[in-house]
Ligand binder design. Structure first.
Ligand code: THU
Length: 143
């Protein structure tokens, strides 16, 4: 189950992620991804993938957006949108699911879109079931 995200917020987040995707630095894969995250204060943080000539040093769009959220003082992710083009919906990679888990629980709505439409509405709990998180280390996180 995910918590609810209004249609208006969803539209806004999708637009921010589409705009961010246009700024991706993906000269190696040519696979541009954009992300938009809403924090607990309702602020929206964008990210795009940033590839590197030393391939493993590349950064995913979600990680770039998380960096913006943290530096802006955000503490929680309350909604996540990922935008990419492909036959299948461009869902967050495994590493990014875990990165999101640091700032959100099972209920986090995760929306996957492309340039035309929303392709998938899911939740972090569906994408990363039985996850390991801060609570396993005795860290209390506000939900
Ligand atoms: N990518 C993301 O930015 N987010 C994901 O969740 C999936 C993959 C990027 C990484 C790399 O720059 C490109 O997409 C191809 O894997």
């Amino acid at each position: 189950m995910s918590s609810s995200l209004s249609a208006e917020h969803e539209r806004h987040l999708v637009q921010v992620a589409r705009d961010a995707r246009l700024r991706a630095h993906a000269p190696y894969s040519h696979f541009a991804v954009g992300a938009a995250l809403m924090d607990e204060q309702g602020r929206v943080h964008a990210g795009a993938n940033i590839e590197n000539a030393a391939y493993p040093q590349g950064l995913c769009a979600e990680a770039a957006a998380l960096a913006h959220l943290v530096v802006a003082g955000g503490k929680r992710v309350v909604a996540a949108v990922v935008v990419g083009e492909g036959q299948q919906p461009v869902t967050p990679c495994g590493g990014c699911r875990q990165k999101l888990r640091e700032f959100a629980g099972d209920e986090l709505p995760v929306i996957v879109a492309d340039g035309r439409a929303v392709r998938l509405r899911t939740s972090l709990g569906e994408l990363l079931p039985h996850s390991f998180g801060p609570d396993h280390l005795g860290k209390r996180i506000s939900r």
